[in-house]
Design a protein around this ligand. Sequence first.
Ligand SMILES: *Cc1c(COP(=O)(O)O)cnc(C)c1O
Length: 394
Amino acid sequence: MNNIKDLDKKYVLPTYARADVEFVSGNNAIVVDANGKKYIDFASGIAVCSVGHANKRVNDAICKQLSNITHTSNLYYIAPQAKAAQKIVEASGYDMKCFFGNSGAEANEGAIKIARKFGEKDGELKRYKVITLQHSFHGRTITTVKATGQEKMHNYFGPYPDGFVYADNIDHVASLVDDHTCAVMIELVQGEGGVQPLDRDSVQKLAKFLKEKNVLLIIDEVQTGIYRTGKFLASNYYDIKPDVVTLAKGLGGGVPIGVVMTTLKDVFGAGDHGSTFGGNFLSTTAACEVVDILNEMNESGELQKGIDYFDSELEKFYNAHRDIFTSKVGIGMMCGLRVKDGDTLTKIISNAREEGVIVLKAGRDTLRLLPALTITKEEIDEGFTSLNRTISSL
Ligand SMILES: *Cc1c(COP(=O)(O)O)cnc(C)c1O
């Protein structure tokens, strides 16, 4: 451990405030550190390990694929990419086509390019403005950082691409739409912003308004997608028909992948967009297996059962500690508790690790829980037992 810590400090750029722990293995919702200590993982690598750590089905599928071929290029047909696209589109219930990249930011870059090309081609006036929300998070590239509605993230890196406009909240979006607006991009449950679900009626009203105005609705489902809310997409949960959807985190079960999917099937022609690694045999084989596993769990009712059990245990935990938590937020397995102040939250997160459970922070004051969708009843029980010890130790 010390050696790894030294290497990291010497050779890795310090962009992360790392916690003092090194995980070396895992199994479903359990992770083990270099000292052999076991933890219940209520974070799943920030909603990435959707089917748990060391998932045998995903690993077997990957190993089998890699023993044949890992990468060719998008110059040629890639069987698991075509199959993954079919699975994703069918599970979404939308009439869309996919483009594969490697991350959430890259998926959102693709979405913004789609919106800009749509805005260039459609109508006489060039439309280029993209409206996003305050407290949103859309990624770390120059463009997606500018799309992110958090002033503190706009230091140092300018000049930025023009055309991003921030709405204070969902009900203010419509008033910002003008002749130059090509798209609105939102998360239905803001993740990094503090596990903040948008109001369903407001979202549906906005979706209808944008259709009338011929302005695209882009839903950033990088965190909410792949059954995180209990439905394949949060867009399904909100019962809307977006023009563009982006996916990433939970889709590859830990293998880097990003997708932008759209109803605008002809918006891009050959040469308009691309990615060397995007959609290769490794990532799309993983995605196929992850989607299969979660589709099966959804159909059997097992997924909803797990969500309901987690929610009932979270409710109990919340009610037992109302002196510390001010509200319970979220949808499905994307949930959180607002903490009375930020210092207490910081302490909870580090004490929780001591007590053997991994939890996350979101926004200023939200304790965020994003367990694997495959988490077992026993793992949930053990996690909340540790969390109760954590609160006693404060
Ligand atoms: C994590 C996240 C991103 C960025 O994804 P990366 O894979 O880190 O580029 C974008 N949007 C949302 C909503 C996210 O939660």
